[in-house]
Design a protein around this ligand. Structure first.
Ligand SMILES: *[C@@H]1O[C@H](CO)[C@@H](O)[C@H](O)[C@H]1NC(C)=O
Ligand SMILES: *[C@@H]1O[C@H](CO)[C@@H](O)[C@H](O)[C@H]1NC(C)=O
Length: 168
């Protein structure tokens, strides 16, 4: 195989890898089930106790203000469907559970953490599917989180094998 083709393949490989790494984390849930949308500060970062969950950068899903969860300003469509975990706030865990999922819930959920030093903005892409028949799941169980890292690994293996096969 020519040197040029090998180089081209290698470039392709890294472009794909970079693209994949910048994609939002995806959470998949099933209709009428709930999904856990993760938002966690790495330990060692500054103490914070305020976080804002927003849908598509606009709708108010949930607010955590000075360590208190509130649904005062919450958009009506999330009424009675949200839960956060106050015991976890001090660990920097502001994850949100959204219940009774509907197809219309699909989209981007961002957790904004304002801070004097830096603003953290963690976004999750929620996908909602019809539950496959015959699968019994515990109520409230998370339907599946695929992290960027897992996707990189699942992408890396076939891509790497292909590159090796073609080059050898
Ligand atoms: C955050 O808290 C939720 C609820 O207790 C838990 O399910 C989840 O695993 C926690 N996330 C992390 C990263 O610790
Ligand atoms: C939210 O964003 C998603 C993806 O861009 C879009 O498909 C959906 O229609 C939006 N939903 C609302 C209610 O704006």
């Amino acid at each position: 195989m020519s040197m040029m083709l090998k180089s081209a393949l290698l470039v392709c490989f890294f472009i794909l890898l970079l693209n994949e790494a910048s994609v939002q984390d995806i959470v998949q849930g099933f209709i009428r089930d709930s999904a856990l949308l993760p938002c966690r500060l790495e330990t060692g970062q500054l103490k914070v106790n305020t976080a804002h969950w927003r849908y598509n950068d606009s709708k108010n899903v949930y607010d955590i203000l000075n360590g208190q969860g509130t649904t005062k300003e919450q958009d009506a469509e999330y009424k009675g469907r949200t839960e956060t975990f106050p015991a976890e706030y001090s660990k920097g865990n502001f994850s949100l559970r959204l219940g009774n999922l509907q197809k219309s819930d699909e989209g981007s959920y961002c957790c904004f953490i304002p801070n004097a030093e830096f603003d953290l903005n963690k976004c999750i892409n929620l996908q909602v599917r019809e539950k496959p028949r015959g699968i019994q799941e515990k109520p409230g169980s998370n339907s599946g989180v695929e992290t960027t890292a897992e996707r990189i690994v699942s992408l890396l293996f076939p891509l790497f094998s292909a590159t090796v096969l073609l080059c050898v």
